[in-house]
Write a protein that binds this ligand. Sequence first.
Ligand SMILES: *[C@@H]1O[C@H](CO)[C@@H](O)[C@H](O)[C@H]1NC(C)=O
Ligand SMILES: *[C@@H]1O[C@H](CO)[C@@H](O)[C@H](O)[C@H]1NC(C)=O
Ligand SMILES: *[C@@H]1O[C@H](CO)[C@@H](O)[C@H](O)[C@H]1NC(C)=O
Ligand SMILES: *[C@@H]1O[C@H](CO)[C@@H](O)[C@H](O)[C@H]1NC(C)=O
Ligand SMILES: *[C@@H]1O[C@H](CO)[C@@H](O)[C@H](O)[C@H]1NC(C)=O
Ligand SMILES: *[C@@H]1O[C@H](CO)[C@@H](O)[C@H](O)[C@H]1NC(C)=O
Ligand SMILES: *[C@@H]1O[C@H](CO)[C@@H](O)[C@H](O)[C@H]1NC(C)=O
Ligand SMILES: *[C@@H]1O[C@H](CO)[C@@H](O)[C@H](O)[C@H]1NC(C)=O
Length: 356
Amino acid sequence: MGLNVTARLGIAGTVGAVLFALGAVLYVVFPDIIAGEIKEVKRGILSGNTLKNMKIVNGSLTYQAWEKAPIPIYMHFTFFNVTNSADYVANRSKPIVEEIGPYVFREYRQKVNISFSDEEDTVDYEQIKWFTFEPERSKGNLSDMLTTLNVPFTSLALKTEGKLTLMQQMMLPNIIKMYKAEPFITKTVEEFLYKGYQDQLMIFLAKQSKKEILPNGTFGFQYGQNYTADGVYTVFTGVKDPNKFMQIYKWNNVTSLYLTFEREAMVQGIKTYRFTPPFSVTASADLNEDNKCFCPVDKDCLLSGALAVSSCKKDAPIVLTGPHFYQADDRYADALIGLNRDKKLHETILDIEPVI
Ligand SMILES: *[C@@H]1O[C@H](CO)[C@@H](O)[C@H](O)[C@H]1NC(C)=O
Ligand SMILES: *[C@@H]1O[C@H](CO)[C@@H](O)[C@H](O)[C@H]1NC(C)=O
Ligand SMILES: *[C@@H]1O[C@H](CO)[C@@H](O)[C@H](O)[C@H]1NC(C)=O
Ligand SMILES: *[C@@H]1O[C@H](CO)[C@@H](O)[C@H](O)[C@H]1NC(C)=O
Ligand SMILES: *[C@@H]1O[C@H](CO)[C@@H](O)[C@H](O)[C@H]1NC(C)=O
Ligand SMILES: *[C@@H]1O[C@H](CO)[C@@H](O)[C@H](O)[C@H]1NC(C)=O
Ligand SMILES: *[C@@H]1O[C@H](CO)[C@@H](O)[C@H](O)[C@H]1NC(C)=O
Ligand SMILES: *[C@@H]1O[C@H](CO)[C@@H](O)[C@H](O)[C@H]1NC(C)=O
């Protein structure tokens, strides 16, 4: 299953595009945002008087809102539907993509296993999240058919590249043919998200290798994510240093990403402060030493504008990029047709209403 450079970029590119479209970045960059918290952070920074009230202390009002988010949170999933998959398989034509969605889910959050560390001025917790579909806010429904990257198959191709025995190299193409596995696959949106679908090739390979490849032989971008926690967060309580109130110190022991102030903006008539990730957050490892930890060991590092997060996601070849590869190296976007990079639509932003 050798892949040439264009195919690799295409796959890396599509993986990135699909995943960013999924809003995956929300989990990494803003794992813990509710409007109430944000207002309080900003108020804390702006006003010396209220500053001292902004801290997570057991039993306070802030604590209650923090423990169980009182404000609705919506997740928008958009996908790139590949409209020429047969042509790609037959002729290796560039994939043509069409953005569909959003499919909107309401997200509920509850923090559990809360434990304070007084010396560190931090609190550890896990956060349970669950999701319900919001048809009125969505464009399309969960039974829409979507053709997109066959993630288990392309993961397998990328992971086993150059590592197969001669025997395996001879057998694998036949097995792949038998299971009709192709780089793209068509399923319903529901199956690609929370419901998941069983992948017969992976079930077969799991049986052969006696290793679980996918949980229950099932793949879905959000499969197994409903009503679960996504790791241990460590945030500053703000008791000792109010300026650090609610700052995420670590997530599963990994240092968090950051945003910087860009300018003032207006959102539905409300004045806000706009934050964006600085270029250095996703600069390639040779430009920003700090990002070396995101660069998988003994693998090629990615081009600028793409962040490998494999170590956070069970070693799947997952890459975060801007939507439509906004601000990423042109070689990614050039591997696909149908992208339309637009600062207005694709910039990652965080708008905060300053309340004084
Ligand atoms: C995705 O593309 C396929 C093939 O072009 C098409 O049949 C399908 O209706 C598209 N899905 C949506 C939701 O537009
Ligand atoms: C592959 O390319 C040929 C020649 O351009 C074209 O006739 C054919 O329809 C293509 N195959 C598919 C499956 O689109
Ligand atoms: C919370 O702690 C308990 C006991 O240590 C553990 O079983 C559980 O997995 C933890 N996480 C969640 C989300 O409940
Ligand atoms: C908060 O205080 C209550 C009552 O004193 C106690 O039962 C609970 O364990 C405390 N929670 C944490 C996270 O320390
Ligand atoms: C997630 O779980 C909750 C509670 O079990 C359920 O009500 C909801 O429908 C589930 N959401 C999805 C998308 O399956
Ligand atoms: C989803 O949309 C399709 C076509 O737009 C429609 O035929 C179908 O009944 C809808 N399904 C649901 C569950 O609303
Ligand atoms: C495993 O998949 C089967 C078939 O889709 C399903 O019936 C079963 O509930 C799944 N088991 C778990 C633990 O998710
Ligand atoms: C984080 O690191 C500390 C110290 O190295 C360790 O005790 C703890 O178990 C780690 N936590 C997680 C979630 O990996």
